[in-house]
Design a protein. Structure first.
Length: 383
């Protein structure tokens, strides 16, 4: 089996992730922050260590400004729903995932929030000046993905952040795609909030994620409940991260995420990015030479987080991925990738797009076999 669906979930994980999760479940998996006994303290240490590693990766000064969630979707909902009020105006792009679009469209329909969606060029590149032109006196928030999950295009997040800062507007980055191989310094990009999953580029398990919130931003919690702190209060504590972390945390998952982060920090983002770029270039060049292929991803690796998106002309993407799976045991993704606005932009709402996404554990041989397999499939559909 060849796994080329890392944009959905990275696989395999570093061996240390499996080891740490097993160790946690077998030896110290008590409730973190809910007791003073040895196992509870060990769980709290594991959670704190992971929080500190995320802070190091994102150049965050105080790790307590990071709250853990079960995924990036929850983090985005906390950030969006917790910061906007009726009458507020928000700007986003046509390349966003439904985890951004659906909360915003719901607030637009039912809560009186005004929404502007900025378009892009043929490869999904957003012009920051189009963001600037969309600002009005009620603009409260700008939301932008770090990298498109459809075609891998990396957004000009730093330039957009400067525009947000210069206009006193909150800035939320959805780092679901790219984080772990694309460097992201929250200070340099002027990010007030960053939502991230643990199971993609951070090489952790599913069911993990988080939200960084600048100390200047005050959010309304999405959920309220037990935090293990200030239990005498009948209302949610205002301290971070407790304010956004109600209920028992996924301690084994967070411990595994910590191991994934340790792998990234030890190896270095530059080394991981270089490996992914080499594989992506090889995959892109091979597929783009096949007759009857339309490419959707940018060729320049400075603009691509590791995705090769394409279609065989006239063939539904699900049929191509079905053949790759059943005939060649190549795992990839077809369809709309939970980003209908991007597919409307690319005019692929009906066909979807075939998405191959490499990870740092893929090999040249796997990439070459994928190219050969796609070539054989494309030949079968020649007119």
């Amino acid at each position: 089996m060849i796994y080329l669906d890392n944009a959905a979930t990275s696989y395999p994980k570093p061996e240390s992730v499996y080891i740490e999760m097993d160790k946690c479940l077998r030896t110290y998996c008590a409730n973190p922050g809910r007791g003073s006994h040895a196992m509870s303290v060990a769980s709290a240490v594991a959670v704190t260590t992971t929080r500190e590693r995320i802070a190091k990766l994102l150049k965050i000064e105080d790790s307590l400004n990071i709250s853990f969630t079960k995924n990036a979707t929850e983090a985005l909902n906390i950030a969006i729903c917790g910061s906007l009020s009726p009458g507020d105006h928000v700007i986003t792009t046509c390349m966003e995932h439904n985890s951004v679009v659906r909360p915003l469209k719901t607030l637009e329909k039912y809560n009186g929030v005004k929404l502007s969606i900025v378009s892009a060029d043929s490869f999904g590149r957003v012009d920051p000046q189009d963001i600037r032109k969309s600002i009005n006196k009620r603009t409260k928030l700008i939301v932008c993905t770090l990298s498109s999950n459809v075609n891998g295009i990396i957004m000009p997040v730093e330039e957009i952040g400067k525009i947000a800062q210069n206009n006193g507007i909150m800035y939320l980055i959805d780092a679901s795609q790219g984080l772990g191989s694309v460097e992201l310094d929250v200070n340099r990009v002027h990010a007030d909030m960053v939502a991230f999953p643990g199971h993609k580029g951070l090489l952790g398990p599913q069911g993990t994620g988080g939200l960084y919130v600048s100390p200047q931003i005050k959010l309304r919690p999405l959920m309220r409940g037990g935090t293990g702190s200030r239990s005498e209060l009948l209302y949610q504590p205002e301290i971070m991260p407790d304010k956004l972390e109600s209920g028992t945390l996924n301690t084994p998952g967070i411990a595994g995420l910590g191991a994934g982060l340790e792998f990234i920090l030890k190896n270095g983002i530059d080394k991981i990015r270089k490996k992914k770029d080499e594989l992506t270039v090889r995959l892109f060049d091979g597929i783009s030479r096949i007759n009857n292929i339309k490419m959707f991803s940018p060729e320049n690796m400075e603009e691509n987080s590791g995705i090769v998106a394409f279609n065989i002309n006239g063939v539904d993407s699900t049929e191509v991925c079905y053949q790759l799976d059943k005939q060649y045991k190549i795992e990839c993704r077809a369809g709309l990738h939970c980003a209908p606005l991007a597919h409307s932009h690319f005019k692929t709402i009906k066909s979807g797009i075939v998405r191959l996404s490499v990870g740092c554990f893929n090999t040249n041989d796997e990439v070459d076999f994928a190219i050969q397999s796609i070539n054989l499939i494309a030949k079968g559909y020649k007119n």
